[in-house]
Design a binder for this molecule. Structure first.
Ligand code: HEC
Ligand code: HEC
Length: 269
């Protein structure tokens, strides 16, 4: 799977790394990343936001037509980086109702606001994806047979990573490329070994373990096979994913549905 191989979803997440690359305004704060982005900081930022910002931007931060304050839950128009947002909060937007914060407000508190705003755009409820998560869930467990290899919530196969919380670690663009180009950057955990034993029998499976003396594989039926290396004829390492590419077998709207479903998979709160 690869990063950024397809830009269909680029910058849907204002804070995705892909967008950080677009950093434009680095003049006022150094781009060392936000050090104030723990859950504690996000909560502190939210409390400050409710007191100082919500009267214009709304309690849900979705903006307000009367005050002209924009929606802050998606991609922002004036900033594509955390530093950019920091600078807007610190300096305001000249000539508009968006005034600077009090000059003596510590930077740390502004970073907490930045963290809070960032948490809004990675909240799946605030991201408009073209697909339907529920249709994607039906495909995943039905026609597309993803559950043959992947587990979600304790149900499914073991021939691929557990996807129960994949929406927390992959953004929509990455999920798309996972499905369209699975052979990019495959973690060695998911390589395949094709082993020919002394008896001439060839077995193929996921590389569960490989050291100087032995090999262990898991075949497509989830059977484990161990081989001392001095008892095999030869073996071949296939550094590709066993996951097929779905460019041919699923249409665009099915892929969109699956992306929406995968992105919704998170820890239940
Ligand atoms: C008096 C109303 C008002 C208050 C209070 C206010 N804002 Fe704003 N804010 C605006 C308006 C209006 C804009 C749009 C300015 C423009 O770009 O024309 C804006 C823009 C922004 C933007 C840029 C959005 C984008 O799409 O680029 C950010 C970020 C922001 N505000 C954050 C905050 C934060 C954080 C606070 C609280 C510390 C706050 N605002 C308080 C009115 C307000
Ligand atoms: C034959 C087994 C197999 C099938 C069927 C399969 N996958 Fe995979 N999948 C894998 C393996 C192995 C990996 C890990 C290697 C890689 O990155 O491709 C993987 C990786 C992924 C990842 C990246 C996970 C991560 O933690 O980064 C996603 C997302 C994914 N698959 C989604 C799907 C979806 C959606 C389907 C159905 C349309 C599907 N897979 C069908 C085997 C499979």
């Amino acid at each position: 799977m690869g990063l950024n191989s397809n830009s269909r979803y680029s910058c849907l997440l204002a804070f995705a790394t892909a967008c950080l690359v677009l950093a434009a305004n680095l003049s006022q704060a150094e781009d060392a990343g936000n050090l104030y982005n723990t859950n504690f900081d996000i909560n502190a930022g939210e409390r400050y936001f409710e007191r100082q910002c919500s009267r214009c931007h709304g309690f849900d931060a979705k903006g307000n037509d009367e005050t002209g304050a924009p929606d802050l839950t998606g991609r922002l128009s004036r900033a594509s980086t955390e530093v950019g947002i920091f600078n807007i909060i610190r300096g305001g937007v000249p000539g508009t109702a968006m005034l600077p914060v009090a000059a003596d407000l510590p930077d740390a508190q502004i970073w907490q606001l930045v963290a809070f705003i960032g948490s809004l755009s990675t909240n799946p409820a605030n991201i408009d994806l073209p697909g339907s998560a529920s249709a994607g869930g039906r495909l995943f467990n039905g026609k597309a047979e993803c559950n043959g290899c992947h587990m979600v919530g304790g149900q499914g196969g073991r021939l691929g990573p557990d996807l129960s919380r994949v929406g927390e670690r992959r953004d929509p663009e990455e999920l798309l490329s996972d499905m369209l180009s699975p052979h990019q950057d495959v973690d060695p955990r998911w390589w395949t070994l094709r082993v020919t034993g002394r008896d001439g029998v060839v077995r193929e499976g996921l590389r569960m373990n490989e050291d100087s003396f032995s090999l262990r594989i898991m075949d497509a039926d989830s059977n484990l096979w161990s081989y001392p290396k001095n008892q095999i004829d030869s073996f071949l390492r296939v550094e590709e994913s066993t996951m097929p590419s779905y460019t041919q077998t699923l249409n665009d709207s099915e892929i969109d549905d699956l992306v929406a479903y995968l992105f919704s998979l998170r820890k239940e709160n």
